[in-house]
Ligand binder design. Structure first.
Ligand code: FE2
Length: 235
């Protein structure tokens, strides 16, 4: 961790689907934001308590069950503001108490820590990534050496193609990817490593990307995912 960084990120791997739940700790105020509260709320609260943190915010990357099934239980223990993107709230169709609906590019202040929300549709219409410093919490948009499925309700491989292209072109290569599932040979990775070895970041052609995402990948590749050389994604 760089010494001037105002926050620390804690990762918990919870549940049967190898979900990563993150706690962002603002070091100055000891406020914490829980990203995608799910599966084991006591474990999340134990970590907060052990570090002397107060959970004040909940950030949702998207609304799939495996990322949100701890919301009610968490909110019965802490008073926290929920953040998600407006198109995801519309897709989800659920009314929560006190949700804060955002547009892509909005910023959330967690004490001294500034968190930017990026709108990254493809896995769901309102999928979000959360960017702070060099860290990028990517939910089910970008995995280490993988990306989220686009064949579930609300998924769209064309949107995913443009989302990944924008991430590849606009974010600094030293960005550290922190995904929503532990599906790969490493828990985190830099964007530089992903541009080199993540097959989903290799495509310049939408049709080939769609073919790979929707029809080829899941039949020909097993977790844990490792690097694939450019040009060797599929015949
Ligand atoms: Fe998902």
């Amino acid at each position: 961790m760089p010494p001037d960084q105002p926050y620390r990120i804690h990762a918990l791997e919870l549940g049967p689907m190898e979900n990563f739940i993150y706690l962002i700790e603002d070091l100055a105020t000891r406020r914490a934001a829980v990203v995608d509260p799910a599966w084991d709320v006591p474990a999340i609260l134990d970590l907060a308590r052990a570090r002397g943190m107060t959970v004040t915010d909940v950030l949702l990357t998207h609304s799939h069950h495996d990322h949100i099934n701890g919301i009610e239980e968490l909110l019965s223990s802490v008073d926290a503001q929920i953040h998600l993107l407006k198109p995801e709230a519309r897709f989800w169709g659920r009314c929560l108490d006190l949700p804060t609906l955002h547009h892509g590019g909005d910023r959330i202040a967690l004490g001294d820590t500034e968190i930017e929300i990026l709108h990254t549709p493809g896995h769901t219409p309102g999928s979000a990534c959360y960017r702070l410093g060099d860290d990028l919490i990517t939910g089910d948009t970008l995995f280490v050496y993988g990306c989220g499925r686009c064949d579930l309700r609300g998924g769209d491989p064309e949107q995913m193609f443009w989302t990944l292209k924008a991430m590849r072109e606009k974010l600094p290569e030293e960005t550290l990817i922190r995904p929503g599932h532990n599906y790969a040979v490493a828990e985190t990775s830099t964007l530089r490593e992903q541009i080199a070895g993540n097959p989903f970041l290799h495509f310049d052609d939408l049709q080939r990307f769609t073919q790979y995402r929707m029809h080829y990948h899941d039949k020909h590749r097993d977790a844990p995912y490792g690097p694939v050389r450019k040009g060797e994604e599929m015949p």
